[in-house]
Design a protein around this ligand. Structure first.
Ligand SMILES: CC(C)(COP(=O)(O)OP(=O)(O)OC[C@H]1O[C@@H](n2cnc3c(N)ncnc32)[C@H](O)[C@@H]1OP(=O)(O)O)[C@@H](O)C(=O)NCCC(=O)NCCS
Length: 146
């Protein structure tokens, strides 16, 4: 795995949002809209994290606190920087920020094998399938880490 020079994982700042929105658009066919990401950043500044190097944002992740668990809303790494441990670094930083007290849960498209492999490697297990969860009718796998 190639090392990423001087990677820093830190809380999102208002000035990061343009790059986060671009990364979200580049990473998903159905990206979250800017207003939603800005709401999350305002509501949970401790658990909206970016990975950056030399002033460029290479990845981001955000968690929302639901009643009985922490919900991983999104995680994305710039396509040219994947498989170098940035996603894992983001998850570890989230654990540190959250204190690992509650289960973490997420939905992932059944066809998103790279993300599913990523989550399995990082301790998540598949708990069930939510049929037709996405707007285009694709099923979601629900994955959870205790
Ligand atoms: C999922 C994602 C965030 C992972 O980020 P990353 O920085 O590449 O992850 P890491 O480098 O920490 O982990 C890499 C591990 O994930 C798994 N993985 C990632 N991409 C994979 C691929 N194309 N094929 C198989 N396994 C893959 C492997 O276990 C890999 O370990 P390995 O390289 O030793 O085989 C990144 O692929 C991404 O941004 N995808 C697009 C957005 C997305 O789908 N997000 C999840 C939404 S639910």
């Amino acid at each position: 795995m190639l090392a990423v020079p001087a990677l820093e994982v830190r809380r999102v700042l208002p000035g990061d949002m343009d790059e986060v929105v671009e990364l979200e658009k580049a990473s998903f066919d159905d990206p979250y809209p800017r207003y939603f990401l800005e709401q999350l950043a305002a509501a949970h500044p401790d658990t909206f994290l970016v990975a950056s190097t030399e002033g460029e944002i290479l990845g981001y992740t955000v968690v929302d606190m639901w009643e009985d668990h922490d919900h991983l809303i999104s995680i994305a790494v710039h396509s040219e920087w994947r498989r170098r441990g940035i996603g894992r670094r983001l998850l570890l930083a989230l654990d540190a920020a959250l204190g690992n007290r509650r289960p973490m849960r997420l939905e992932v498209r059944r066809s998103n094998t790279e993300a599913i492999q990523f989550y399995l490697k990082n301790g998540f297990t598949k708990t069930r399938t939510d049929e037709g969860y996405y707007q285009d009718g694709e099923d979601a796998l629900i994955m959870e880490r205790a």
